[in-house]
Design a protein around this ligand. Sequence first.
Ligand SMILES: C[S@@+](CC[C@H](N)C(=O)[O-])C[C@H]1O[C@@H](n2cnc3c(N)ncnc32)[C@H](O)[C@@H]1O
Length: 185
Amino acid sequence: MMDMATAYPLSNFVGIDIADDTFPQIIRPANTEFVQENVLNGLPFEDASFDYVFMRFMALAFLKDDWARVVAELCRVVRPGGFIEMVELDMEGKRPGPESKNMFTRLSKGLQARGFDPVIARRIGKLLISAELMDVNKGFGSIPVHWGGKLGEAMADDVRCAMKGLMVGFFLADGWGGRRMFGMQ
Ligand SMILES: C[S@@+](CC[C@H](N)C(=O)[O-])C[C@H]1O[C@@H](n2cnc3c(N)ncnc32)[C@H](O)[C@@H]1O
């Protein structure tokens, strides 16, 4: 959002998050505003108040049954003829090796047991079509994990951090060796 605000100084940008400590404290372009709100309570904006709405990486924020309601809110606040863009990670991975496959399977099952949808990325198009949006385009981009140079290493770090964060809630109970995989023992 900060990049967009800098690239398009004549437009106004509003960021929303449930946690205000995610908002930038030092560098804040004058055309940005940040609002602390739980999206599940509805967006605190008038109907049709934005030209473009962007939402990304919320797969662990909303339960499977929340998504249609959230998408309806995105549709409500975008103006007719405006744009909605959503990006989510597919949390089952593509062509994982045996250890990673084990990890993704456990993660996926754990998320589903808790009411999340680990493959919400695959349903976004349908959600937008169900919300009666027009010209829905779907795209898939692959990010290498632990191969493919710097990007692959950065993504592997990201996955490690996320998995460490989920370790206690998801993996420890069944004594999975993932602790070793993420350097935790
Ligand atoms: C994985 S981060 C993604 C952040 C940002 N969208 C990005 O792509 O960089 C998920 C964010 O969702 C926020 N979040 C979780 N539940 C939320 C909710 N119900 N309403 C608003 N924000 C929420 C978290 O505080 C966190 O900052």
